[in-house]
Design a protein around this ligand. Structure first.
Ligand code: NAD
Ligand code: GLY
Length: 351
């Protein structure tokens, strides 16, 4: 088993990565919380595969488990489902000494995490990621959120889990499209700060536990330094500024990772046009994304994306921080006015 410590200022915890970990969930929860009861929130595709193993493990450890099964898809990260989960916890008389288990991908993790962050002003939660994207990114670092009709992740909280337990066996049942979408976030880590990882991916390494550990170590280091996204953590938004706009515009028919892939290509192209990235490096990024069957183009116009982009929660003090690759494994954070971003967005399209 691999173990990465996340030294978040608001609370440290471990990310455990390896095969055969799900049956140990109960003991792990007992070790990191004082819970007597657990609410297991899981998606409708995930619960039939892994719900019983999770619940049985909790029960074997002497913990009571109540499960709630959520519909799959981004639409579940909504005010309505957030309310439903809060009411479920209240009706079942969960208290602040109990625990929420988020069993699934980023949608389940973000929604369950936000529910845990706010129910009775915060109850412990454990992330059990079952997608590559959740394993390398969303389960770690404490960003929890739901969407509004007006935009993605518009309501949320920074709230760190007590543990992240990533059983890599669960990743074997992922549909191919979801698997590839997860690799978009892995490629993001490589482009923003890890040339060796980029080369590992170019060589099509299949050592997923090692790849996940590399990404989690990178994220843990960043979160320890900048938990609340005021500086270095912004690097993790590489490909997300334009990507979120593409994702929202698509009505979420594009998966998050697919949109990030398109967003990375856009920012690489704009970086080339602004003389910050070499055309060769841009080409290598596009090629790697294509190797993982990820989309690299959008049919939306700069004007359409700009309107959506202005809703981005990350605009602060009149500036938006654009993450711009300057080489494979290196990025700059550029604070830009909305007008400057409009120009960068135009530059993101092939002329
Ligand atoms: P997801 O949660 O929608 O899961 C993808 C699909 O795979 C779903 O249909 C799910 O039911 C299914 N699934 C999950 N695990 C499975 C398994 N092991 N076997 C078979 N099917 C399985 O998507 P995702 O890509 O994991 O997460 C995307 C979400 O994560 C977005 O909402 C995004 O905003 C969020 N996100 C959050 C952060 C963060 O820091 N909090 C970071 C990145 C992304
Ligand atoms: N996924 C971006 C972050 O956690 O900051």
């Amino acid at each position: 088993m691999r173990c990465v410590k996340v030294n978040a200022p608001s609370g440290a915890y471990e990310v455990k990565i390896g095969t055969g970990l799900l049956p140990t969930l109960g003991e792990e929860v007992k070790n990191c919380t004082k819970a007597k009861r657990c609410a297991v929130f899981a998606g409708e595709n995930v619960f039939p595969l892994y719900g019983e193993t999770a619940v049985q493990s909790l029960q074997r450890a002497g913990l009571e488990a109540e499960s709630y099964i959520l519909p799959a898809g981004e639409a579940t990260k909504s005010l309505a489902w957030y309310g439903t989960l809060l009411r479920f916890l209240a009706e079942k008389r969960f208290t602040r000494s109990d625990c929420v288990i988020a069993l699934g991908g980023g949608v389940t993790g973000d929604l369950s995490g936000f529910t845990a962050a706010t129910y009775q002003r915060g109850i412990p939660y454990v992330q059990v990621p079952t997608t590559i994207l959740a394993a390398v990114d969303s389960s770690v670092g404490g960003k929890t959120a739901i969407d509004l009709p007006e935009g993605k992740n518009q309501v949320g909280a920074f709230y760190q889990p007590s543990l992240v337990l990533c059983d890599t066996d669960t990743l074997s049942t992922l549909p191919e499209r979801e698997r590839n979408a997860g690799y978009a976030e892995v490629i993001k880590y490589a482009v923003l700060g890890d040339r060796a990882l980029f080369e590992t991916l170019q060589n099509h390494s299949t050592d997923l536990p090692a790849i996940i550990e590399t990404c989690v170590k990178c994220k843990a280091e960043i979160v320890a330094e900048d938990e609340h996204d005021l500086g270095k953590r912004r690097l993790l938004n590489l490909g997300h500024t334009f990507g979120h706009a593409v994702e929202s515009r698509s009505g979420y028919s594009l998966l998050h990772g697919e949109a990030v892939s398109v967003g990375m290509v856009m920012i690489c192209r704009a970086a080339v046009k602004n003389g910050l990235l070499s055309p060769d490096a841009c080409h290598s990024v596009i090629q790697l994304l294509k190797d993982y069957s990820l989309p690299t183009e959008t049919t939306y116009t700069p004007a359409e994306l700009y309107d959506t982009l202005l809703l981005d929660k990350k605009i602060s003090g009149g500036k938006l921080h654009l993450i711009v690759p300057t080489a494979i494994g290196q990025c700059d954070i550029l604070p830009l006015t909305p007008e400057e971003v409009r120009k960068w967005l135009r530059d993101a399209f092939p002329s």
